[in-house]
Design a protein around this ligand. Structure first.
Ligand SMILES: [Ca+2]
Ligand SMILES: [Ca+2]
Length: 82
C-alpha cells in the first residue's frame, strides 16, 4: 500500500512479506519521478504473511495501521501525536 507516512508530500510503500514483517520503501526520487529504496532502519515485527492497511480509524487526523495475517487475526497498531 502507498501512503505519505512522514507527511513530506511524497508516497512511500509499505509491503507485507512472508518472513520479514512489514517492509518500508521510501521515495528517494521526486514526487513526479518516484524511485523507491528500502528503509532498512524500519522494523515492524508482525506475524508471517502479513498485509498492512492504514487509515484514520478514530478520526483524530493521525493514521493507524491494521495488519492482517494468514492466521485470520489482525494486529492493530495505534500511532501517537508528538
Ligand atoms: Ca512521504
Ligand atoms: Ca487516528
Amino acid at each position: 500500500m502507498r501512503a505519505d507516512i512522514d507527511k513530506d508530500g511524497d508516497l512511500a510503500l509499505l509491503v507485507g512479506s512472508d518472513d520479514r514483517g512489514i517492509v518500508l520503501f521510501r521515495n528517494v526520487g521526486t514526487k513526479t519521478e518516484a524511485r523507491f529504496a528500502e528503509d532498512t532502519t524500519f522494523k515492524l515485527d508482525v506475524p508471517p504473511l502479513s498485509a498492512p492497511a492504514l487509515g484514520d480509524l478514530d478520526g483524530d487526523g493521525v493514521m493507524e495501521m491494521i495488519v492482517g495475517n494468514t492466521g485470520g487475526g489482525a494486529v492493530y497498531l495505534a500511532t501517537s501525536r508528538r
